[in-house]
Design a protein. Structure first.
Length: 179
């Protein structure tokens, strides 16, 4: 079994564990949002795949469960823990760290970008997807289904600054290597 199967199995298992941890005892609040996500994530994945924007090292039929599970974790985390104020930093940190996993997967050969699709397109889509589903979540998940994160202003700024510095370092490295 090559490394791609191990990556896929790890992604599915870690995604399931994360979903269970976040949605435990709260799943009924998230049903509608996750159902919309389930349909949209499959449609988007297949659309981008069949239009040749990216390819996977494994057949797409095996990848779809990992996409649904992990993007479900992505939106469940954002909806449940979105702070009541200063949301830009929260989104920037979470989306940047999540996106870094895609960069790693691309460097490992698990994902291959094609036909002009690149990191910027992918990063932009993360923002659109996140904001769309948190908007939906605000209308479908009641307040008792959420736990807004409460960071001190100092720790919020520190986490944001570290992420910003790392974001630009990675960006410079990517520009230098012409990936």
């Amino acid at each position: 079994m090559n490394i791609n199967w191990y990556i896929l199995i790890a992604a599915i298992l870690l995604g399931l564990a994360g979903n269970i941890a976040i949605l435990r005892r709260r799943f009924p609040f998230y049903q509608t949002t996750l159902l919309i996500h389930f349909a949209l994530s499959i449609l988007l994945c297949l659309f981008f795949y069949y239009n040749g924007f990216y390819r996977y090292a494994l057949p797409v039929v095996f990848i779809l469960p990992a996409v649904v599970i992990n993007f479900g974790l992505f939106i469940a985390f954002l909806i449940r823990f979105e702070p009541t104020k200063d949301t830009f930093r929260f989104y920037f940190v979470f989306i940047s760290w999540t996106f870094s996993l895609e960069i790693i997967l691309e460097h490992l050969g698990f994902i291959r970008f094609r036909n002009g699709w690149d990191y910027w397109d992918s990063y932009s889509l993360y923002w659109i997807y996140a904001r769309t589903f948190t908007y939906i979540g605000k209308h479908t998940v009641p307040l008792e289904g959420r736990t807004p994160i409460k960071l001190t202003k100092r720790s919020n700024l520190l986490l944001f600054s570290i992420t910003l510095v790392l974001f630009f370092i990675v960006l410079l490295l990517l520009m230098k290597t012409d990936l």
